[in-house]
Structures are given as C-alpha cells and as structure tokens.
Design a binder for this molecule. Sequence first.
Ligand code: GLU
Length: 447
Amino acid sequence: MLHEKLQPVFDDVLHRNPGESEFHQATYEVLESLGPVVAKRPDYVDAQILSRIVEPERQIIFRVPWVDDSSRVQINRGFRVQFNSALGPFKGGVRFHPSVYLGIVKFLGFEQIFKNSLTGLPIGGGKGGSDFDPKGRSDGEIMRFCQSFMTELSRHIGQYTDVPAGDVGVGGRELGYMFGQWKRLTNNYESGVLTGKGLTWGGSQVRKEATGYGTVYFLDEVLKARGESFEGKKVVVSGSGNVAIYAIEKVNQLGGTVIAASDSAGYVVDEDGIDLELLKDIKEVRRSRISEYVDRRAGASYASNGTTIWSVPCDIAVPCATQNELGEDDAVTLIRNGCTLIGEGANMPVTQAALRVLAESEITFAPGKAVNAGGVATSALEMQQNASRDSWTFEHTDARLNEIMRGIHSRCAETAEEYGRPGDYVTGANIAGFNRVADAMLALGVI
Ligand code: GLU
C-alpha cells in the first residue's frame, strides 16, 4: 500500500511508461518506503519532488549500425537515460545484453539516483545500454560495435555532463574501445568522461574489484551490528561476472567459504570452497561457461539452470547475477534452509514477491542500492583522480572504499532507526538516498 500522496505518482508512472515492468517495480519499491517522508515534509509534496524524480531529465534512443565478421550489416538499439543531475553529472554504467530495452535502462537509472546519493559523493544518476549480445562475438566485432555505439553517445556525455561506466556485458575491453573512439572523435584526452578505465589509461586501482569488495564490506558491517563476522560462514554467490568474482575473493579474505557460483546456464557447488583462480581463468581469460569448472576440479558438481542455485543451503546469500533472479520460492527455500542474510550484489535481483516473503521472516535483507554502491563510489574516486591528474595506491583506494561502505551502512541504519524501523535496510537506504537528492532538487528550483 502506498501513501495517499504517493499513489497518484505511481499511477502516473504506470500510465506514462506502459510495458516497462522493471521500471514500475523499481519505482514502487522506492515509493513504498517514502510514506513517512511525505508525511513529514509537505514542502517536498508542494514542489512536486516525487513527480519530478520519477521522470528522467532526458532519454536518448539511437541506432547502432555495425558490420559483423561475415560483412553483414547489423543494427542494434542504443540507450542513455539521463535520470537526475541534482547532485552531480549523470553517472551510471552501460549494459550490453539482449534483454536491454527502455524499461530496463530506466529501472537501472532510477536505482542509480538513490545509490549514488547514498555514497555521499557528488554524482547524479543515469544508465545506458544496448540490446547487443556480446556472447560469441569476436574481438573485432566487439570493437566495431563499441565504436559505433560511442559515435552517437559522444554527443551526450562529458566529465561535467554524463559519465558512463561498465555494467553487465561491458568491462575493461569494451570501455577501452569506447574511450579510444571518444578520444579520436573529440581530439581530447578527457579521462573523466568514462570510468572503469584500464590502469595504463586513466583508470583507478580497485575499480575492477570495487562492486564485489564493497558488497562484502557492507555485509560485514551488517554482521558486525549483530555481533557476528564472515568467519566460518557458508556463502552462496550467484553469477560469475565482475561483481561475483570479487565478492567471492573478499568473502574468502574475511574467513567465509563460498560454496556455489553460477552463470546463466547453470551453477557449480564446491563444498571445499570455490577455487577462485580457476573461476577467473574460465570467466575472465577464456570467457567460457562455468560448467567447465567441474572438468578441472575434483569433488565439484554442476547443475544446469542457474536460477536454482538458491536451493544450496547457506548462511548468507549474495545474488550477483541479474534482476529478478531470486523469486518467491527461492526465498521460502532460503528461509527453510536457515539462511540469515541476503545482500543484493546485483541490481534488483530479488523479486517483489520474494521481498514480501522475506519481510515476514527473520532474514536480514540488504538492498542493492546500498550493498553494491561500492562500484559507482570507486568510479567517483576515479573521477577525482582524473580531475587532479593523480593516481592513488591500491591500499589508499581500498581504504577509501571501505570507509564509504561503512558510511553507507551507518547512514542506512541510522535513518531506519530515525523513522522507527530499526534494522530495516530497505527503508533506511530509500529514505537516506532520497532525502539528499530531494534537498538538492528543492534548492535548485523548478528545473
Ligand atoms: N554499473 C554499476 C552500477 O550498477 C557501476 C556504475 C558506475 O560505475 O558508474 O552501479
């Protein structure tokens, strides 16, 4: 149930954005938390902050033509949604995946506003992407696609305007091709226009690891608040991309054991603990399927269908694959198996129905916009280094990331407490993230 002042805002979202179910889901989840804020702050209502915040400042949709290895012309669709720039330049990644359409980009861009706000750093929210499927494409095809994508995107971005980065399907290789094309088009070595860059061309230490490490730093704070730690805990991490790999690495460093990981085709269980070097070789070097893991590691087992990874009993579940990957039945199974903490490494991996089940249980649920904010926070640190033409050590950057994640945790916990919902990280994250943006929007007038 939404507050009476918020229901019309949501009705409008449904009406103006037909068919965009992920965007509806993301807005509902935020609006659901904001009832107490609206009751307390009539000035937000008078200034129509809610109706303005759900409407992107600008949405760009463009054609991305490119030529494949068989000399065939291919056409994809590109997107950049510049959602909110009250706190700083639009900031958020670019996703290449066949599922990408406007509704996905808008849900991600909307989440990004609050996530970026929670970091306490001066970054607005935006997101982009394409329905291009990188799977099975050669390096040359990836390069030509990225160049074509950037040819159009370059008109809309800049270090003070909009700063894209990576997301699903977009890592160092793709960002390299995009930055190269940007540099060539503009004759400008403007490092701060993109983040997630390689270390030899303006990138930051720890950026690659940041989302995964930050996720585990946040969950470590949750555990500490309960008087616990990762020591001896069994952890299931879904996915095997950038977020999952570095979440696994950090769990291992903090004394936990990750016993399962997945890709879109299936999952592996390894009770001795996932062999991270092997997983990195399969996923980062060979860009292959996770099923290879069992051929190279005795005692591990593989099951096809990655979404059933939640049937593996664990203390902590960390969905790091994609949106809506953990449903109602999975939530029931996790509760039955004694799981006590779920932290979203991916963006919105837990469905609305699953959230309702979890809310009735003893499980602590930590939402993505707080948990996985370490990636974008470290992007902001990369922008800071680019602006000062400096580059920091791994240790310094990692310490900054850790400090930022601890800050996000306390901001969420204190806000939840202040609004009478102690331990409710969803309420804490949504309200703390929203208030900072709303105050900036009020100050900037009706724009
Ligand atoms: N795509 C990442 C996210 O979902 C990182 C964005 C960035 O670094 O700008 O937050």
